[in-house]
Design a protein around this ligand. Structure first.
Ligand code: FE2
Length: 312
């Protein structure tokens, strides 16, 4: 059976090592719960082999080695399972956590790396100069994008709009959270968006918009991208309001109306993600953003991201 043919029911499963359930907040997402024993076993072998965050950064093959150490604990089927979820159009997303086994953020980076390298290869993150990026949101910020501005809604978008390489999937992991109220990840599955047809079936859906990154992203190239494109005959989206440069008033209205429609859609979910948990999404048909935080001078929230492409 191919990955795409797996049904939702086949993804829900339980064994002594992990359990897959429909996510309590959305029937588009799954929650994968790994046993504490398996997580501890994974961390122990990582330590025995002297794998550190530094060795993952410097030596790319170590990233695949940690994936294999995770499969040693969970079995090869685990890899097939999470790839099935991410490739399946009906879902395309899951949450997963370290179950409180460790609070060490280096362990978080290592664990997330083991997960992403079962899905594909991360792209270089120009903002950090690494294959992953950690970024914090605090009370004050002078950055040039909404990524780190705490008290503003960060509108729904996909990642990788302004780079010239595919961004098929996205992992976000909660590293630190102190004095934070609000700031949930806002998510929308394309097929749940009420006005998808209206915006995907108009000539402007095929228009190649110019995308340019702000300086903090360290990407100087411009790319031209269509807002909608098809994969397996299903519409997919590439969109972020902040970095698109329309040429006409009509194009500006199209982008603005599309953004407003998504933001007001009743299917947008605000995901609760505990520290040490991560969410992985198919970036071709899931949009993500962030709710505003409530004002607090001691606000400190840090996320890690890894974005990448599928490898056949
Ligand atoms: Fe993003």
């Amino acid at each position: 059976m191919s990955i795409a043919e797996k049904t939702a029911q086949q993804l829900v499963q339980k064994n002594e090592l992990y359990e897959v359930t429909v996510h309590p907040q959305s029937d588009r997402l799954y929650h994968v719960k790994i046993s504490k024993t398996a997580i501890q076993g994974f961390l122990n072998t990582v330590k025995e082999k002297n794998v550190s965050v530094e060795s993952l950064e410097y030596t790319p093959y170590h990233r695949l080695i940690v994936s294999s150490l995770l499969l040693d604990q969970l079995g090869e089927d685990f890899s097939e399972l999470i790839r099935s979820i991410i490739h399946n159009r009906e879902t395309g997303g899951f949450t997963l956590g370290l179950e409180g086994v460790t609070k060490d953020t280096d362990d978080y980076v290592i664990f997330a790396t083991a997960i992403t390298h079962l899905l594909g290869m991360p792209n270089h993150d120009s903002m950090s100069g690494k294959y992953y990026a950690r970024f914090s949101v605090k009370d004050t910020d002078s950055s040039d994008s909404y990524l780190r501005q705490a008290y503003r809604l960060f509108t729904l978008h996909t990642d990788g709009t302004f780079v010239d390489e595919p961004t098929d999937w996205l992992l976000m992991m909660k590293m630190i959270e102190e004095n934070a109220v609000g700031g949930e990840s806002r998510l929308l599955h394309l097929d749940d968006w009420n006005e998808l047809d209206k915006f995907a079936n108009t000539p402007l859906a095929d228009h190649k918009f110019t995308y340019k990154a702000p300086q903090s992203k360290n990407v100087s190239q411009e790319v031209a991208r269509k807002t909608f494109f098809k994969v397996n005959d299903k519409p997919c989206i590439c969109y972020i309001d902040q970095f698109a440069y329309p040429d006409t008033i009509e194009q500006a209205h199209y982008l603005s109306d599309l953004s407003t429609s998504m933001e007001n859609d009743s299917s947008v979910i605000e995901l609760g993600l505990p520290v040490g948990d991560l969410v992985v999404l198919n970036n071709l048909f899931w949009l993500h953003g962030r709710a505003a935080f409530e004002k607090n001078p001691n606000l400190n929230r840090e996320l890690m991201r890894q974005r990448g492409h599928f490898v056949e």
